[in-house]
Design a protein around this ligand. Structure first.
Ligand code: NAD
Length: 275
């Protein structure tokens, strides 16, 4: 396109692109999605949001019972859903997840790589076991999911990958002691930037969402519970995020409405990273 050419017509602005309104362009009808860590917390909310927007959803979790329960919740809403038990830190599990979805529904349009873990220790005491486990799930696991789903999407010439990073990729939330977590999530942002720019010309967009502190079972661990009160005073919005605060973002990034966005980190933290 030449620089002087304006491709958007007044008619498109008035009637919508190809006659479709912005809400139409955020529908996910006919799309196939998966969500890792879909058995609870943020992933469960993402699975519901993508399903409500019209996608078929594979709920993936290492906890079989939780994945099955969420798939049943989706069925109750009339959403096509399956559950897959997989540990995303295992390459054979990741490939089986992708193969299962493709053999069931013939495609993967939306890959929501959300599973992650969080451990706490003072940096001088962080063990290599903690470091390796955190990186194996949060960064290596997310990479393996991006690569396995990405290969399918590159073949299709279309796909939307949405990784879950964290506000901790940007700032060091005080007074956490989460060296391995923070650095693994910074890695997820760079993974997203690199893949997002590398694959865009073949139709695959890769973005991530960085939540602030979200009220999920993850932050009710014994390690973190004492810090929650402290964090509240660091959040301009005056409250923790609820998982429902994140749902529109995943639908937007999964839909064609965000086709011009790739490699980016959508930060949803009640303003905390700005204070
Ligand atoms: P959660 O602990 O409530 O749920 C995580 C789910 O992922 C669980 O169902 C668990 O069984 C599953 N899971 C864990 N490891 C897995 C693995 N190796 N393979 C497959 N499934 C696995 O966590 P959450 O709060 O919902 O967090 C989800 C994501 O959001 C994580 O990546 C987390 O780091 C990120 N995040 C959370 C917060 C927060 O405040 N809760 C903030 C920023 C980012």
């Amino acid at each position: 396109n030449s620089f002087s050419q304006c491709n958007t017509t007044d008619d498109e602005v008035f009637r919508g692109v190809k006659g479709r309104s912005i809400l139409d362009r955020m529908h996910l009808d006919g799309k196939v999605a998966y969500v890792t860590g879909g058995g609870q917390g943020i992933g469960r909310a993402f699975a519901h949001a993508l399903g409500e927007a019209g996608a078929k959803v594979a709920v993936v979790d290492m906890d079989q019972g939780k994945a099955e329960t969420v798939a049943k919740e989706l069925h109750l809403k009339g959403i096509h859903a399956i559950s897959i038990t997989a540990d995303i830190s295992r390459s054979d599990d990741v490939q089986r997840m992708v193969d299962t979805i493709v053999s069931k529904w013939g495609a993967i349009h939306i890959a929501c790589n959300n599973a992650g873990i969080n451990m706490n220790s003072a940096s001088e005491e962080t063990s290599l076991e903690e470091w390796d486990r955190t990186f194996n799930v949060n960064l290596r696991g997310t990479f393996m999911c991006c690569q396995a789903a990405g290969r399918v999407m590159l073949q299709q010439g279309y796909g939307k990958i949405i990784n879950t990073a964290s506000m901790a990729s940007l700032i060091v939330p005080h007074p956490q002691k989460q060296l391995s977590y923070n650095t693994s999530k910074a890695g997820v942002v760079k993974l997203t930037q690199t893949l997002g720019t590398e694959w865009i010309d073949r139709g695959v967009r890769v973005n991530c969402i960085s939540p602030g502190i979200v009220d999920t079972p993850l932050i009710h661990s014994e390690d973190l519970r004492p810090l929650v009160q402290r964090w509240l005073s660091d959040i301009p919005a005056g409250r923790l995020a609820q998982v429902t605060d994140l749902q529109a973002a995943v639908v937007y990034l999964a839909s064609e409405a965000s086709d011009y966005m790739t490699g980016h980190n959508l930060v949803i933290e009640g303003g905390q990273s700005l204070w």
